[in-house]
Each structure stands twice: as structure tokens, then as C-alpha cells.
Design a protein around this ligand. Structure first.
Ligand SMILES: [Zn+2]
Ligand SMILES: [Zn+2]
Length: 470
């Protein structure tokens, strides 16, 4: 018997957790955070408690209650007996939190399969994020039940990395990862040979990005595999084609920064290596130094390890690291308690906001909204702020967006929106489905799965936790 059960990504964008069973073999495709569901109950100051193991997550339905999946320490912590793992592996399509982060809850002996670059991104995330139960993706410190247990060393998960074209055999399954273009490097779709036929899973992908040929490779291989089922992302099923592209961002942003005689600030997601390269190139061409944060540098140094990504070193002469203000506010070494900052305090290319404020037109500062208090020290008189991120798509984001605009107005910064989506457009998606010709379609990672019913392909509008036999 071969079946699919969806424990996330159903009528929501992300949170994918797909159980594939083939006779006695069970694997998960992705195991991500469902932000929408989490926000039904939790917010900034009301969070699931680590002190209850995974109890808060299970009770509030943030993760499915299934046997043989979760960490022994977390089960024990909520008063349950530990379980032997029943899952042979979790295959991560890419390193975005909505696909990867809830790996933190998994039994340590369940191997995580992911792309080599995906692992590097996860390492960067781990290095610079505050350790909490929801993002212990690579290492985790077992929850102590007694005081003396606190000194236990961290546990490392088993990671098995792959590259495009590898064939991974897990019991009765053969899984072939194929690279796709998405807004984070190391993204893959999967072609999975089961005892009932082939299943393809798109992960997240797009056809209008700088590496569209990788998505084409996936589409071709998926078509050749004559799949009996296709699990597809459908984030933008309702969007038609637009003229968005990385090149367009480059042109728009370069023009703006060239015209700017004062402070220039840009904001983008550092997981997107293409976006980093776009702004790095612009900075060099307009003769400004690119200023990044100590968090960003964790990503840059990981990307540097992958020669294919072709990024500059973190000590490149065109890159500067912005020293954040902590404790005494005087930038002395002892102000910094975070390891990722401490280990880099001797870098030759560190700068402070006050130094930038003296000659703002020499720099292009990468600054996220959550670090906007730095604007007080940068003290811009005039300038631009390029928002190279998606526009707000929920109420909480709208509120932050309004606040962001207040800051910009206060410092006389012109707002420029310039972005290109990580997700395939509706028209490209329909074309892709037509080319691959699966016998059955399972749209997920979308709020509008019903729209797929209008397509000529037989579509299953997925219900959560229902087992679909193939
Ligand atoms: Zn996603
Ligand atoms: Zn994604």
C-alpha cells in the first residue's frame, strides 16, 4: 500500500509536513513551521513553553500527534514514554522555516536528508538565532528533568546531504532530488519512485528567477518520470504573469541609489543569495561600501564555503560589518555576549553607525526593520530605503509596515519597493502541470486549492490528516 497524508501546508502557505508511506517504509517530505496556525494562538509575548516539552505544540495542534516521530526528551518532559523512531527519514526541499524548522522536534535517530547548501543555510540560521525549542534544527540540548542534567552535551542530528541527480534509496523507495530555482540556495524538488509508481514533489519553486533553467531541469525530469501523482506548491495560483525579475530589481535599485546623494538603506532577506549578489554588485558599481550586520555575516561565510555560489569573502574590501550597540553603548568588547559576535570582534572591517553618519554617501547599509533603532545613530537627514521584500500579507505585518513608514518619514527617507517573488506565477504553474501531466494533482502550500479544480488534471483538494491511497 502506498499513501500520502498531509499534516501541514493544507489551505495555508507553508508548514509542509507530508507523510509518504510505501508498505512498511515511512518518510516525511519537509517538516516545517506552520506560521498561520501558530498565530491563531501565539504571538510575540505568548509563546509555546519549552518547559512543557512538546505538550503545548501537541495540545494546540501545531504538530501532529503521531507515534515514533518525536524526541525522547520532549516526550519524557511532558510525561509520556519515549518511543522508537518509526520514520526512515525526512527529506527537506529547502531551508525556509515553513519547510525545515520543526525538524527540531524529531527523534534524534531520524536522518534528515537535504541539499549540501541547504545544510549550510541551516547552520547559519542556527549560529545567529537565539536557541529555543522551535529552531534547534541541527544541534539540540536535551531538556533536563533534573537539575544535574543541565550539563549534558548537545545532541547532533544525523544529516545526509545530497546533490542533484543523486539516487537515495530508503527501503522500498528511491528518491531523486533535482535542483529548482527559489529564493534560497539549495532548493530541490523530488522525484520519488514507489512500489505503486512515481510521485513528484515540487517543494517551492519559480520559473522567473535567475536560475530558471534549474526549474526547467526539474520539470523535464518530472515529465519523463510519468508520475501517478504530483504534490505541487500553489502559493500564487491566482496571480498571472508579471514582469518581475532579479534584473528588474537591479535596474530599479541601481537607478535609485545612483540618484541618492545621502543615506542609502536596503532591506532584503539574507537567505536569498541572489538578492545579496544583486545589491553587492550595485554597491560596487556606485562606489559605496556594503554594510552588513553580524547576523548577515554568518550567512555570507557559509555561502562562501560553496564555491558555486560565487560570493565575496566576509573580509572583502567592499564589505563592512556594522557593530551593534549593546550594554554600555560604547562598543567595548565586553559589551558582546553573543558567540557569533564575540568570535568576529577582531575583523578588520568593522564600522559603527556614528562613523557611517559622518559620510553617509560612501555606504549602502543593509538594515532590517527590527534594527531600525540603529537609525537613531545613523541619523539620516535625507536618503532612500529600498524594501526588497514582499509586501505585507496579514494584519500583523500591516501594523509593522505602518510603523516602518513612520520611521522613514521621521528620518526623511524615500520608500522604494523593489522585489521579485520566490514562487512560480499562476500561469507558469498551469503550464508546468500541463507539461508534467501527472495522473493526479495534490495542490498544497496555497490558500486557494479549490482553484486547481478548474484545471483539466484530476485534482484532490487535500484534507488534513486524511490518508490518500495511491
Ligand atoms: Zn514555503
Ligand atoms: Zn520557500
Amino acid at each position: 500500500m502506498t499513501s500520502l497524508t498531509f499534516y501541514g501546508g493544507v489551505k495555508e502557505i507553508g508548514g509542509n509536513k507530508i507523510l509518504l508511506e510505501d508498505n512498511d517504509t515511512k518518510i516525511f517530505l519537509d517538516f516545517g513551521t506552520s506560521f498561520k496556525r501558530r498565530s491563531l494562538f501565539f504571538e510575540e509575548y505568548l509563546t509555546p513553553r519549552s518547559s512543557n516539552g512538546i505538550g503545548d505544540f501537541l495540545t494546540m495542534g501545531l504538530i501532529p500527534d503521531i507515534p515514533g516521530v518525536y524526541r525522547e526528551d520532549l516526550l519524557k518532559h511532558m510525561g509520556r514514554k519515549p518511543e522508537e523512531p518509526e520514520i526512515s527519514g525526512v527529506f527537506l526541499s529547502h531551508a525556509h522555516a515553513d519547510h525545515a524548522n520543526y525538524v527540531s522536534f524529531l527523534h534524534k535517530d531520524i536522518p534528515i536528508y537535504c541539499g549540501e547548501t541547504c545544510k549550510l543555510v541551516l547552520e547559519a540560521v542556527e549560529e545567529q538565532s537565539q536557541r529555543n525549542i522551535e529552531n534547534e534544527v541541527i544541534n539540540f540540548r536535551p531538556r533536563p528533568l533534573r537539575r544535574g542534567d543541565y550539563k549534558k552535551p548537545p545532541t547532533k542530528r544525523v544529516f545526509r546531504t545530497f546533490r542533484t541527480g543523486d539516487k537515495i534509496v530508503v527501503d522500498s523507495l528511491e528518491i531523486i532530488p533535482v535542483h529548482v530555482d527559489h529564493s534560497v540556495p539549495g532548493s530541490y524538488g523530488f522525484i520519488i519512485h514507489t512500489s505503486k509508481g512515481t510521485i513528484v514533489y515540487t517543494g517551492d519553486l519559480r520559473n522567473h528567477g535567475p536560475h530558471a533553467s534549474m526549474t526547467q531541469d526539474f520539470i523535464e525530469m518530472a515529465e519523463e518520470s510519468k508520475p501517478i501523482a504530483m504534490i505541487t506548491e500553489g502559493t500564487r495560483i491566482q496571480h498571472g504573469n508579471t514582469d518581475e525579475s532579479e534584473k528588474k530589481i537591479y535596474n530599479e535599485s541601481k537607478r535609485e541609489i545612483q540618484q541618492c546623494r545621502d543615506t542609502s538603506i536596503v532591506d532584503f532577506n539574507f537567505k536569498d543569495v541572489d538578492r545579496f549578489k544583486t545589491f553587492y554588485q550595485i554597491a560596487r558599481e556606485v562606489d559605496r561600501k556594503m554594510v552588513i550586520s553580524f547576523k548577515h555575516v554568518c550567512f555570507l561565510e557559509k555561502y562562501y564555503q560553496d564555491k558555486k555560489l560565487d560570493v565575496p569573502s566576509s573580509k572583502d574590501e567592499n564589505i563592512l560589518l556594522l557593530k551593534p550597540k549593546r550594554l554600555t553603548g560604547t562598543y567595548i568588547d565586553s559589551d558582546y555576549t553573543e558567540k557569533y559576535i564575540q568570535k568576529r570582534l577582531d575583523y578588520p572591517n568593522i564600522i559603527t553607525a556614528e562613523e557611517i553618519a559622518k559620510k553617509p554617501k560612501k555606504y549602502m547599509v543593509v538594515l532590517n526593520f527590527y534594527s531600525f533603532n540603529t537609525l537613531v545613530d545613523l541619523n539620516p537627514k535625507k536618503g532612500i530605503y529600498i524594501h526588497s521584500l514582499s509586501e505585507p500579507f496579514n494584519e500583523e505585518m500591516e501594523i509593522s509596515y505602518e510603523r516602518m513608514h513612520n520611521w522613514l518619514k521621521h528620518f526623511n527617507l524615500k520608500f522604494v519597493q523593489s522585489h521579485c517573488s520566490g514562487h512560480i506565477s499562476g500561469s507558469d504553474l498551469k503550464k508546468m502541470i500541463k507539461t508534467i501531466k501527472p495522473k493526479q494533482l495534490y495542490p498544497i502550500h496555497t490558500e486557494h486549492p479549490g482553484v486547481f479544480r478548474k484545471l483539466p488534471t484530476k485534482t484532490r483538494v487535500v484534507r488534513e490528516e486524511k490518508k490518500y491511497k495511491l
